[in-house]
Ligand binder design. Structure first.
Ligand code: NCD
Length: 356
């Protein structure tokens, strides 16, 4: 696989065609959040402003926050491992005054254990909750969930929406929203004149798929994009095509040195071991890009180093996993906290459309 074609064995899902996610167009209320394709630049600005307002209100211990989702219930349906996405959504809902439900022993011991399919599991959650956060290993699973929820919503008294927490190697829209917010927030509240470099497993990493698409909104005159990866882990051609169609020219390379010294934002990623069918193929490239102090030293002094986390051995040294954390350029903890502010803003807007 040299990146000229889609990865071999890439699963397809008919629901990617069958379900068309609604555009946000300034109004989030009651809309499923499935892909970043639903967002325009003005929608991002609405969300950023809300996240900034929420952050201030948390800081000032504003009790009014718990009115924003009071009486609402979020169902957490995680068919794949998660720390940040799951916990930040739960924390967000509780901070907004809502409640969270999940199958008592995890989704694997729900009726999924008896062989129940995704559509029925999602519809069960839809009967009880106002919003469902779904993470599932299959590409397009959130499209499928939204398709069946729309049918269900016509039949029941209390409709619900789905928010994708990541669908296999597809997209991770809320991660990209928090990533964009972090760039905006830390780079003078603007995305102008930035050189942004995405590094690592760009083929299987869903966070970079969503992020690349959102960055295209800021246009070639404002954002210059470089993708650094081993040739076997390049960004899917369909996404490159989409970016080209928006006028973006992407610089793709396997040589980090070519772009690192000029980058304002460096977005580091984990090689997605769980997506490899062949353990030897993973072993062969897993150490291709490791961010260490000498590598970070080659970046601009005001660059920011991001990572969606979790990290394995692609960051730090063998003896010191945390060695970069004190560097002011390392912003992945700020990024992680921003996840909660953005998810609070999103839940409040989707569930009530309220001004925050
Ligand atoms: C990412 C994911 O699940 O795609 N994690 C996250 O949600 N912060 C990235 C990863 O697992 O590498």
């Amino acid at each position: 696989m040299n990146g000229d074609t889609e990865p071999k064995g890439t699963p397809t899902n008919p629901y990617l065609q069958r379900y068309v996610p609604p555009k946000i167009e300034g109004n989030f209320t009651g809309k499923h959040i499935i892909t970043v394709d639903q967002f325009e630049r003005k929608d991002l600005q609405i969300l950023f402003d809300a996240a900034i307002s929420i952050r201030k209100r948390i800081h000032h211990a504003d009790r009014g926050l718990t009115e924003l989702c009071a009486g609402k219930i979020m169902a957490s349906l995680f068919f794949e491992a998660s720390t940040r996405t799951d916990m930040s959504f739960q924390a967000s809902m509780r901070r907004l005054g809502g409640e969270v439900i999940a199958a008592s022993n995890g989704v694997q011991f729900s009726s999924v254990y008896k062989g129940e399919n995704l559509a029925d599991t999602v519809r069960a959650a839809g009967c009880y909750a106002d919003v469902i956060v779904l993470r599932h290993p299959q590409l397009g699973s959130s499209y499928e969930a939204a398709y069946y929820l729309d049918k269900l919503n016509k039949r029941i008294k209390n409709p619900s929406v789905i928010i994708s927490g990541g669908d296999g190697i597809g997209e991770h829209p809320t991660q990209a929203l928090l990533d964009m917010f972090t760039i905006y927030d830390l780079k003078n509240r603007s995305l102008d004149n930035l050189t942004i470099t995405l590094v690592g497993d760009l083929r299987n990493g869903r966070t970079v798929h969503s992020l690349a698409k959102l960055l295209a909104h800021y246009g070639p005159q404002n954002v210059s994009l470089s993708f650094v990866s081993p040739s076997t882990l390049q960004m899917p051609r369909a996404i490159i095509q989409m970016l080209n169609d928006k006028g973006m020219t992407i610089y793709e390379t396997a040589d980090l040195n070519e772009v690192l010294p000029h980058s304002d934002v460096i977005y580091w990623t984990r090689v997605q071991e769980e997506r490899f069918e062949d353990a030897a193929a993973y072993e062969a490239i897993k150490d291709d890009f490791i961010m260490t102090p000498p590598v970070l030293a080659r970046t601009k002094s005001d660059a920011i180093l991001m990572h969606p986390l979790p990290r394995k051995n692609e960051m730090g040294t063998r003896d010191d996993h945390d060695i970069l954390d004190e560097d002011p350029r390392a912003v992945y903890f700020e990024q992680m906290e921003n996840g909660m502010f953005i998810r609070m803003a999103l839940l409040a807007k989707v569930l009530r459309g309220v001004y925050v």
